[in-house]
Unconditional design. Structure first.
Length: 428
């Protein structure tokens, strides 16, 4: 089994009984997901309540792990979603542990299909569910005992979390080499510790570099409509006491000029074989502005598991469209506040636009309104300087030189160096 508590200790994570989360002893930033094996409970940092309340959300039901856990963005960010999906599979395995072996695998496959549909763009999700399913199938075919298959899933889920923690450490070490005293770094959405298990993607290296003494100023974009940059990134960076400037989404050029932004560092949801990167909607806008300025380095930072070699080009990445409520909710609150303060009358509209003129058609007709709310856009490789990963640093054109075998070899070597045994199904 994976000694997950030993991994926590090596990383510097300590349990905080007040919040119910593990928190890093230097950056003060929490772990996003863990599992209570004694009670068979998945524990998520509840990111829907941040920045107003720091608390955790728990479930023993894989369906709730999927909805609202993953789809409702209690947990969010590609790597954190993958870790949660692994433990979602463990919850399913526990639920069906008394089934006959054939039905156990059937039910586990159904659970994997369900979890995969909750956030289809984030490739680590399917990576984690596939791993859990494969180790269960192999265990059943080897000895036919459902109980041992459940423990195989447990190992795979713990492995996925341990691997992310360890590989994020390597990512930070490589990433910090590209940060200098005096850097003014723009980021977007929350591609950071809270989008990994801990310390990953774009922000992890920045936070660690800062607490270790590098002079860095952050410019965090609001990132409408869910405002993860305004709420989550600023909360996370402030936990590490980093200096922060908040700008709204239409202030890219102005912020570059006003604050002297010289680097852009974003997280990743998926990397295609051609070096294109899918990330939170608006990422490609920053890349285009940075390219026009000419002296701004544009970096993505990610885990190797977001590299999808089966997706040949960026245009092939599926783009999830999210609920229009994310866009309209703010204006419902504004109307309520204006009525409460008697700025508008009780006869006023309670929302804008009214639901009766909103259509779900692709193109609106006369008098109709469409609200377009894609979750991601794709940055073409020509606009990206470097893709910093937990298996090395690559120019976009170098992604196509990777193979799954090569990536796994690097991963296995790094994990085994830290005492974590890789599941045989991966090595095979």
């Amino acid at each position: 089994m994976v000694d997950i508590q030993n991994v926590f200790k090596k990383i510097g994570l300590e349990f905080d009984p007040d919040s119910g989360a593990y928190v890093h002893n230097k950056t003060n930033i929490p772990l996003t997901v863990h599992y209570e094996h004694d009670t068979e409970t998945m524990v998520l940092l509840d990111q829907t309540k941040l920045p107003y309340e720091f608390t955790v959300w728990k479930t023993q039901d894989y369906r709730k792990a999927g909805i609202p856990g993953i789809k409702g963005m209690i947990v969010r960010g590609s790597q954190a979603i993958g870790c949660a999906a692994g433990y979602g599979m463990l919850l399913a395995a526990n639920e069906y542990k008394n089934e006959q072996k054939e039905n156990f695998i059937k039910k586990l496959r159904e659970a994997a299909d369900f979890l995969n549909e909750t956030r289809p763009t984030a490739s680590p999700l399917k990576w984690a569910t596939d791993l859990c399913l494969k180790v269960a199938e192999k265990s059943i075919s080897k000895n036919g005992k459902v109980g041992e298959a459940v423990e195989a899933v447990r190992y795979a889920a713990d492995y996925f979390l341990a691997a992310d923690l360890i590989l994020s450490w390597y990512l930070r070490q490589d990433g910090k080499k590209h940060l200098e005293d005096g850097d003014v770094v723009m980021t977007h959405c929350n591609g950071g510790s809270m989008s990994s298990s801990y310390g990953g993607h774009a922000l992890g290296m920045l936070e660690e570099a800062y607490v270790e003494g590098k002079d860095i100023i952050m410019v965090s974009k609001e990132t409408r409509p869910r405002s993860q940059g305004y709420k989550l990134t600023v909360w996370e960076l402030n936990r590490a006491q980093m200096p922060i400037v908040i700008v709204t989404d239409n202030m890219i050029s102005s912020a570059f000029e006003r604050f002297g932004v010289n680097k852009v560092l974003l997280g990743v949801d998926r990397v295609a074989r051609d070096g294109s990167v899918a990330n939170k909607i608006g990422s490609a806008d920053i890349a285009r502005v940075a390219d026009l300025y000419g002296n701004v380095d544009f970096y993505y930072a990610t885990s190797y598991s977001t590299i999808d070699l089966e997706t040949k080009k960026g245009k092939d990445i599926p783009i999830e469209e999210r609920s229009i409520d994310e866009v309209t909710y703010f204006y419902i609150l504004e109307a309520e506040d204006k009525r409460k303060n008697k700025v508008i009358s009780e006869k006023s509209l309670k929302e804008w636009p009214p639901k009766n003129i909103i259509t779900n058609k692709k193109v609106p007709g006369k008098g109709e309104i469409v609200i377009y709310n894609p979750a991601f856009d794709v940055t073409p490789p020509k606009l990206i300087d470097l893709i910093i990963t937990d298996i090395g640093v690559y120019a976009p054109h170098q992604i196509k030189t990777l193979t799954n075998e090569k990536m796994n070899q690097i991963v296995n070597k790094r994990l085994e160096k830290q005492g974590v045994k890789v599941p045989e199904i991966i090595i095979e």
